[in-house]
Design a protein around this ligand. Structure first.
Ligand code: FAD
Ligand code: NAP
Length: 544
């Protein structure tokens, strides 16, 4: 632990004062603002983006859509909102989700209390004041009672560490920073680096336009067809008639999406039943349908192997060239332990004569040159490079800000060996400082809308409790935080997740500690635990 008191921030120079400062105008920040204002708190949202929507403001690459069904991936806090909004497709596109975010901002008149194109650079706890002093890229110095980091778990994009990356003379794009006017690849030779969800969604559409597309794959992913389709109005009407009950079941569920029935253990089923279950999961076009087919897929390697082999067989049956098919088959990590993908014609794209897969396991990229990408002795010349190379997930959006708590302790240094939180919402040494869907909460292992709403409701209830009881500060006790971190790690270690080099494990960022970042206890049980903590007068927190 470091104890450097280097704070340069002077409270007398504060240009604005709020009860709560909200960092991020994605779904989390928007709901927070709506909720806090309704409860009589003064609050303001700051976002580096030029508008609302967070993820859906930034990620405008071709094919970007949700992979949790639109009817689930939407706010539930206002029955009128969920009744009036009409999703057009099973999996809404990025433009439609962004329209929804803007609709929410209009409907609840959020705009006057949001400030865009403003990055939060530093947040320092001032012990004398018992408040946070926060600086922004716009030159504001804000004094705030609480800071809520609604900064997103997948919002700190990262480029690959490849020599020569700066030397490339052609056009470059990053999926997370896609140009708002779109990109026309007609007549171009395009390289895509990466085969995660962003790449798998965009490659079929890029390849439909480009003269030639080369996909640079380091690790193949497990992907299944999304089965996307327009939503049938009759089906939606039936759901909306029971939306309240449906939402309640989502809240109590493991992944934040209701599922029917109790799955059995994999080897309780006969081989025939197993194959039928996997086929039904594959045909459902639903991620939970596949990895949720049996209760032990994420816990038992032998069980997992049967699901993984089923998917490999599908890939082999779709891809014509056997060598390409084998290269596209994931073999060295269990299905589900890297985020699986939903696609539209991803594997089919490799049957096109003008699409090439480069298997970086056989021929790694040695450098990027002014004209293209060098693998082994071959230089592949391209007109454009698309980096679909992911994020410094879950912690990057925190550690990229200079956050200093009690005694000038820096959050980034506290997390050198991995993040440490109590319930994923609070951190010892950082009073009145909150995270929405932070590390060690269900977060990315769930339908994020369910987790966002749960955190926002819990944090705002807590702020009301503090106000009602006359408390001004709240901080996680060290022992409660230790116990939570240990519990979260213990659960993670009972699963197969540690077997993969995934962003869940921090493995995609050189030097990042290898720890399982989210909480795998399930949304429903996690919610119960949080409610229990609140019911016991915020057990594990120091209130002063
Ligand atoms: P975000 O939407 O990430 O918003 C955070 C905001 O904080 C950003 O606008 C960012 O600019 C801002 N910010 C960060 N740091 C600072 C700073 N220092 N100063 C100022 N502003 C800052 N989840 C699902 O459940 N289902 C899906 O189908 C799904 N699809 C996804 C698709 C993509 C392409 C990606 C990248 C993620 C997807 N996710 C999905 C996860 C998604 O991030 C969440 O569902 C949700 O949108 C997160 O909302 P949020 O408000 O918490 O964070
Ligand atoms: P990602 O899953 O982390 O994928 C990044 C890809 O880039 C991986 O294939 C990675 O290979 C590759 N890569 C990174 N560095 C490389 C290098 N130096 N050389 C070669 N390849 C390199 O990132 P993402 O696709 O942006 O997705 C991140 C998460 O966002 C998803 O997991 C999901 O949760 C969410 N998301 C959801 C959707 C959706 O369908 N709704 C769409 C996009 C994103 P390795 O695997 O070998 O590291």
């Amino acid at each position: 632990m470091t104890n450097v008191d280097t704070r340069p921030l002077n409270a007398d120079e504060a240009t604005a004062t709020y009860d709560v400062m909200i960092v991020g105008a994605g779904f989390a920040g928007m709901y927070l603002l709506h909720k806090l204002r309704g409860l009589g708190f003064t609050a303001r949202v700051f976002d580096a983006a030029g508008g609302v929507g967070g993820t859906w403001y930034w990620n405008r690459y071709p094919g970007a859509r949700c992979d949790v069904m639109s009817i689930d991936y939407s706010f539930s806090f206002d029955p009128e909102l969920e009744q009036e909004w009409q999703w057009s497709e099973k999996y809404a596109t990025q433009p439609e989700i962004l329209r929804y975010a803007n609709h929410v901002a209009d409907r609840y008149d959020l705009w006057p209390d949001m400030q865009f194109e403003t990055r939060i650079e530093a947040a320092h706890w001032n012990e004398g004041l018992g408040r946070w002093l926060v600086t922004t890229s716009a030159g504001d110095l804000v004094s705030t009672g609480h800071v809520v980091m609604a900064v997103g778990t997948l919002s700190a994009p990262k480029l690959p560490e490849i020599p020569g990356i700066e030397s490339y003379q052609g056009a470059t794009y990053q999926t997370q920073k896609w140009p708002h006017e779109g990109v026309d690849f007609t007549g171009k030779r395009v390289a895509v680096i990466g085969t995660g969800s962003s790449a798998i969604q965009s490659i079929p559409l890029i390849a439909a336009q480009a003269t030639h597309t080369t996909v640079f794959q380091r690790t193949p992913n497990y992907s299944m067809p999304a089965g996307n389709r327009p939503l049938d109005p009759a089906e939606v009407a039936t759901l909306k008639a029971n939306y309240r009950d449906y939402r309640q079941r989502a809240k109590e569920s493991f992944f934040g999406v209701p599922i029917e029935g109790e799955p059995k253990l994999c080897f309780e089923a006969t081989e025939e039943e197993r194959q039928a279950t996997y086929q039904a999961g594959w045909d459902s076009g639903n991620l939970v349908g596949l990895i949720g087919g049996f209760a032990d897929i994420l816990f038992n390697k032998e069980a997992n192997d049967t699901a993984a082999e089923f998917i490999r067989q599908q890939i082999r049956s779709i891809v014509d060239d056997p060598e390409t098919a084998e290269a596209l088959c994931p073999k060295d990590y269990p299905v589900g332990t890297k985020r699986p993908c939903l696609d539209t014609n991803y594997y089919q794209t490799f049957n096109k004569p003008n699409v090439r897969l480069v298997n970086l396991r056989q021929t790694p990229i040695t450098e990027i040159t002014p004209k293209g990408i060098k693998v082994g002795d071959e230089e592949i010349e391209v007109d454009a490079i698309v980096y679909a190379t992911g994020f410094d997930a879950m912690t990057g959006s925190f550690t990229r800000v200079d956050i200093q708590g009690v005694g000038g302790v820096k959050l980034a240094e506290e997390w050198t060996n991995g993040p440490r939180t109590y319930l994923g919402v609070a951190m010892t040494g950082f009073p009145n400082f909150w995270a929405v869907t932070g590390p060690q909460s269900p977060s990315v292992l769930s339908n994020m809308m369910v987790s966002i709403e749960q955190h926002v409701d819990w944090i705002t209830d807590c702020l009301v409790h503090l106000r009602d009881k006359g408390y001004t500060t709240i901080e996680a006790e060290a022992s409660a935080q230790e116990a939570w971190v240990e519990h979260s790690n213990e659960l993670g270690n009972q699963t197969l997740y540690p077997l993969a080099n995934s962003w869940y494990m921090g493995a995609n960022v050189p030097g990042k500690p290898r720890v399982f970042l989210p909480y795998i206890g399930g949304c429903g049980p996690y919610r119960e635990r949080c409610n229990e903590v609140a019911a016991k007068g915020y057990e594990g927190f120091k209130l002063a």
